[in-house]
Design a protein around this ligand. Structure first.
Ligand SMILES: [Zn+2]
Length: 342
């Protein structure tokens, strides 16, 4: 299986992060890339640089206003006297039914859900290349490869159509799914990240052509808190096309695989032409977020179950943070996937 990745993705190097009000170092470190590349190579994957696809595939899921914001906000922020080195919002609309602000500080609050996605001079470029890695993997699958892996970093599944959040700027999984729709009439996105894929859910919430399914730690007391509950099923034409499977904290392989079985049956009933896997590896028992307890062999079993769907599949990297087994977990997933597809 081919891996798609560009070195520009490593330049984004966020510093700020608030957890329970305390300033900590941001967990979405460029070093993640080295571990994941090593993991992909150990699975026998070859690394390919994506082409630059321009803003078209990004604009297919994100609003013009938001793309404009991300393009220029860093320079605009720096022009404010006394502004921080990274763009970090300090005010948010409590509901988005007011006016769109003209200034950098107001727009940062409008377009950034939380303080976990600070924007530096390199962020926009890195986010574009991350999205283009997803596009390149999608193109490979559209050209007949049974599966391809996009090493997307920064990740994407917490990004809505016009909001960044949770380390994410452009929603790479959504961009891949929308691109697959060029030929596939129905696409499913299966998100196995520790955290609910709230941005992905939001982007497709009113649509019946893209099924969004997410397994994650119960958000009642866990990020992203406001989304990811089992009763969120979609709206208007999308009712019934969003399926959330929240798991109790510390659930291990057995519980995860049982929930995955429900997810897979829902996907089979939808009968999609193609699949996007939003592959977070942070459900791992040793991940610093400590939300679930999936093991390294568990990732292989998860991959095998997904591969048995037999669908053209774009695997998009989401979360998974620095720990000794980060690369091994990717190797386990990619090896398990390839083994079950063969
Ligand atoms: Zn996550």
């Amino acid at each position: 299986m081919k891996t798609f990745y560009a070195d520009e993705q490593k330049r984004h190097d966020p510093k700020a992060f608030l957890s329970m009000g305390a300033q900590r170092s941001n967990p979405e470190q460029p070093e993640r890339v080295e571990r994941l590349l090593a993991g992909a190579r150990a699975a026998g994957s070859t690394i390919h640089r994506p082409a630059s696809y321009g803003l078209g595939p990004i604009a297919a899921v994100h609003t013009p206003e938001y793309i404009e914001f991300l393009t220029h906000i860093f320079e605009r922020w720096q022009r404010m006297e006394g502004a921080s080195a990274e763009v970090i919002p300090n005010i948010h609309p409590f509901a988005r039914n007011g006016s769109y602000p003209a200034g950098a500080a107001g727009q940062a609050g409008y377009h950034m859900a939380d303080t976990a996605c600070p924007i530096s001079a390199e962020t926009f470029d890195s986010a574009c290349w991350s999205a283009w890695s997803a596009v390149a993997a999608t193109e490979a699958v559209l050209s007949g490869e049974p599966a391809a892996y996009a090493l997307c970093r920064p990740p994407g599944h917490h990004a809505f159509a016009d909001v960044a959040g949770g380390f994410c700027f452009f929603n790479n999984s959504a961009i891949a799914a929308q691109r697959l729709r060029a030929t596939a009439s129905r696409v499913a996105i299966l998100d196995v990240d520790l955290h609910h894929g709230n941005g992905t859910q939001g982007i497709f919430y009113n649509r019946a052509d893209v099924l969004t399914v997410s397994l994650h730690a119960d958000p009642s007391r866990f990020y992203p808190f406001f989304w990811g509950h089992a009763d969120e099923r979609g709206e208007t034409a999308g009712i019934g096309y969003n399926y959330n499977l929240p798991l109790p904290r510390k659930s291990g392989d057995a519980e995860f695989l049982e929930a995955l079985d429900h997810a897979i049956r829902r996907i089979q009933a939808f009968a999609p032409d193609a699949l996007v896997v939003a592959l977070g590896l942070d459900a791992f028992e040793g991940d610093p977020f400590g939300g679930l307890s999936v093991t390294t062999p568990g990732f292989a079993r998860i991959a095998e179950a997904i591969a048995r769907l037999g669908l053209p599949t774009v695997i998009v990297q989401e979360g998974g943070y620095l720990c000794d087994a980060l690369g091994d977990n990717l190797t386990a997933f990619l090896t398990g996937f390839a083994g079950a597809s063969a």
